[in-house]
Design a protein around this ligand. Structure first.
Ligand SMILES: CC(C)(COP(=O)(O)OP(=O)(O)OC[C@H]1O[C@@H](n2cnc3c(N)ncnc32)[C@H](O)[C@@H]1OP(=O)(O)O)[C@@H](O)C(=O)NCCC(=O)NCCS
Length: 219
């Protein structure tokens, strides 16, 4: 299976909402209109990992902008309009990032349950970090449930460190959030961690791709 990353579009929202509900069952679902609003928020960038060759739903009346559009215009320009009728690509995961002063704040990241442990979460995180560097952010920050050890494992792998606790941050159940942050992204220390991890991940994805059978429709 081959996965690529592009900006989220409006016709991705039903799949993104589906992944969101599955990934965060205890949280208030983030409604479609909120994603639509986010896509027009100049300080926000949302990306999706698409499964090449796989389609989703009945493929009716969708629009397909180029997946080769450069991602590195973070925080700078609006997304180009959609143009060509095409079937919906299968979205395997998504992530969102907000520009906050000189920080890039990871607001969300999730992978479809059936597509986890294939390196997609890491692909999204690597892309967010690259976008933050290209966009001139000095660090990437985030909040994560204190109980979400799995996500914290991913963040720690990429050099995120604990930076504090927000008491009762999650309004649904009052759970605390752990605040995590990278070092300065362009620092030698961070780059010497990030670069080899990114290369290793790219090799892993390439090996996985050559070993996998042809893609089928999403489930
Ligand atoms: C967190 C999440 C995005 C990871 O996505 P994923 O595609 O399964 O992760 P990857 O396959 O890219 O794994 C990357 C790294 O994450 C960590 N990781 C992911 N799944 C893990 C698991 N089940 N157990 C332990 N570590 C895990 C590991 O460090 C892994 O690196 P490794 O393969 O070298 O061990 C996914 O589990 C998810 O969508 N969870 C629900 C939503 C969520 O909690 N989002 C975070 C909100 S702050």
């Amino acid at each position: 299976m081959r996965y690529s990353v592009r900006y989220m579009r409006e016709d991705d929202i039903p799949q993104v909402t589906e992944i969101d509900r599955e990934a965060f069952p205890s949280q208030w679902p983030y409604p479609a209109y909120a994603y639509k609003r986010e896509l027009n928020n100049k300080l926000a960038s949302y990306i999706v990992a698409v499964e090449d060759g796989a389609t989703w739903g009945n493929g009716q009346g969708n629009h397909n902008g180029s997946i080769l559009q450069p991602l590195f215009r973070l925080f700078r320009q609006p997304r180009p309009p959609a143009e060509i009728e095409a079937p919906l690509q299968c979205i395997a995961g998504f992530a969102g990032v907000w520009r906050m002063l000189d920080e890039a704040h990871l607001t969300t990241i999730a992978v479809r349950g059936s597509r986890r442990r294939r390196g997609i979460g890491e692909l999204l995180l690597v892309t967010v970090i690259d976008m933050a560097i290209q966009g001139g952010a000095s660090v990437v920050t985030l909040e994560v449930r204190v109980s979400n050890q799995l996500a914290q494992t991913l963040y720690r792998k990429y050099g995120f460190k604990d930076a504090g606790i927000r008491k009762g941050y999650y309004s649904e159940d009052g759970e605390d959030a752990l605040i995590m942050t990278t070092e300065v992204l362009t620092s030698e220390a961070y780059q010497s961690l990030f670069r080899p991890l990114k290369e290793q991940h790219a090799r892993h994805m390439a090996e996985q791709e050559s070993a996998a059978p042809v893609a089928t429709a999403a489930t």
